[in-house]
Write a protein that binds this ligand. Structure first.
Ligand code: SAM
Ligand code: SF4
Ligand code: SF4
Length: 352
C-alpha cells in the first residue's frame, strides 16, 4: 500500500516540500497572524461591529526544552530527504530569532538530495545575518512586506521596521539570492489600496512578488471572509495598470499563478488558497518548532515526531512512521464550509 522510499498520501500526492519552523517566537505582531497590538484589535473591532472583542491573548512561547535542537532538526530533515523530499524551507515564527541559525543552515546544506534550501523571514534582522546565511549555503529567501507606507507597515506588523526590511531586500539581491521573493498578505481595508504600488515596487526592483489571500490562521480568530481580497480581484486591478503575460511553469504543485511584466522585469504571483484552492496538487509537509508533524496547514491533529526523536527509535522505524503519517494527509481544507474548524495553533506556530 505505501510505496517504498517516498512520502505518498492516500490521494496519490507525493510530498517533496518540507517546511520546518525553527521557532514559534516573533519580533512582529502582524495583524493577520498575531493580532495582539491595539491597532490590530481596533481594526477588527471597528470594522466588524458584531465581532466579539478578540479574546485577550496571553502569549506563551514554547519552553526551550520542547523546541527541537539542531541535531534533531537535521535528523528529521535527513529522514525526509531519504524519503524523497527535495525542498526545505526554514520558517517560524521569525526564523532569524533562532540563535546561530546560520549553523543550522550549514548543517542542512550538507545533506545530499536537497535541491532547494530556502527561508521565509520578516526581514527585520536580515541585514545583520545575510552574509553568514549566504556563506552557510542558504539558496533562497522570501520576505514578507505588506506595505510600502511607514505608518501602515507599523500598523500591520506592530513594528516600525520598514527601512530594515527594505534594506534586507536590497542586500539579498546584492548577495546573489535568486530569485528574491516578497510576500504580501492583502486584507480589505488595510493594505488593498497598496496593491498597485507593491506591484510597481516589484517591477522596479526585478522582484518576484506574491500577493496572498488572508487565511483563517490568526491568533484572535478574527478572520472574516469579507476581509479576503480574492486573487481574481487582485489580478484584475494589476492588469489594469501593468501589462502582464502569463508565466509558464513546469511545477504542478506551485501555489502561485504567476505573471510576468511585459517588459520582462520581475514577476507577480497570486496565491489564492481561499477563493481558488490548490489542495489537489499539494506536496507540502510541515514540522513545527516543537517537533510536531502537520500534514496540512489546517490540520486539527498533529503527529508527535519529537517523542520519537527523543526515544531510541531507529531511523528506519521513524521513516516508517513518517510514511504512515503522510498517508493520512487531508485531501483539502474546508474554509467556508459549515464544518470548518480553525486550527488551535496560529500561522506563527505552524510555519507558513
Ligand atoms: N515570520 C516570517 C514571515 O513573516 O515571513 C516567517 C513565518 S510567517 C508565519 C510565513 C508566512 O505566512 C508569511 O509570508 C506570512 O505573510 C504568512 N501568513 C501569516 N499569517 C497568515 C494568514 N493568516 N494568512 C495568510 N498568510 C499568512
Ligand atoms: Fe508576522 Fe511572520 Fe511574525 Fe507571523 S510569524 S507575526 S507573519 S512576522
Ligand atoms: Fe495543502 Fe492543506 Fe494548504 Fe490544501 S490547505 S494546499 S492540503 S496545506
Amino acid at each position: 500500500m505505501i510505496r517504498a522510499n517516498l512520502l505518498i498520501d492516500s490521494h496519490g500526492r507525493i510530498l517533496r516540500d518540507l517546511r520546518v519552523s525553527i521557532t514559534d517566537r516573533c519580533n512582529f505582531r502582524c495583524l493577520y497572524c498575531l493580532p495582539e497590538t491595539e491597532a490590530a484589535q481596533n481594526f477588527y473591532r471597528g470594522r466588524w461591529a458584531n465581532l466579539p472583542n478578540p479574546a485577550p491573548i496571553s502569549r506563551q512561547w514554547q519552553p526551550k526544552s520542547k523546541i527541537l535542537t539542531f541535531e534533531e532538526i537535521e535528523r528529521a530533515v535527513r529522514l525526509a530527504v531519504g524519503l524523497g523530499v527535495q525542498k526545505i524551507r526554514l520558517t517560524g515564527g521569525e526564523p532569524l530569532l533562532r540563535h546561530d541559525v546560520e549553523q543550522l543552515v550549514a548543517r542542512l546544506a550538507r545533506i545530499p538530495g536537497i535541491t532547494d534550501l530556502a527561508m521565509t523571514s520578516n526581514g527585520f534582522l536580515f541585514p545583520q545575518k545575510a552574509r553568514d546565511l549566504r556563506e552557510a549555503g542558504l539558496q533562497r529567501i522570501s520576505f514578507s512586506l505588506d506595505s510600502l507606507d511607514r505608518e501602515n507597515f507599523k500598523k500591520i506588523t506592530g513594528r516600525d521596521g520598514l527601512d530594515e526590511v527594505l534594506a534586507g531586500i536590497s542586500l539579498a539581491r546584492e548577495l546573489g539570492f535568486h530569485p528574491v521573493k516578497v510576500n504580501a498578505v492583502i486584507i480589505r481595508g488595510i493594505n488593498d489600496h497598496e496593491i498597485e504600488a507593491l506591484a510597481g515596487f516589484a517591477r522596479e526592483r526585478s522582484l518576484s512578488f506574491r500577493f496572498i489571500e488572508f487565511m483563517p490562521l490568526d491568533s484572535a480568530h478574527a478572520w472574516q471572509k469579507g476581509l479576503v481580497v480574492p486573487g481574481r480581484e487582485i489580478l484584475q486591478r494589476l492588469q489594469a495598470c501593468h501589462p502582464l503575460l502569463p508565466a509558464t511553469s513546469d511545477n504542478p504543485s506551485e501555489t502561485a499563478r504567476r505573471w510576468k511584466f511585459s517588459d520582462g522585469r520581475g514577476e507577480i504571483g497570486i496565491i489564492a488558497p481561499v477563493s481558488e484552492p490548490f489542495c489537489g496538487h499539494c506536496n507540502r509537509l510541515r514540522l513545527t518548532a516543537d517537533g510536531k508533524i502537520r500534514t496540512c496547514l489546517f490540520s486539527i491533529v498533529e503527529h508527535d515526531l519529537r517523542s520519537l526523536l527523543r526515544s531510541d527509535a531507529s531511523d528506519s522505524a521513524i521513516g516508517d512512521w513518517l510514511q504512515s503519517v503522510v498517508w493520512q494527509k487531508e485531501d483539502r481544507h474546508h474554509i467556508g464550509e459549515p464544518e470548518f474548524v480553525q486550527p488551535e495553533r496560529t500561522m506563527s506556530c505552524i510555519g507558513g
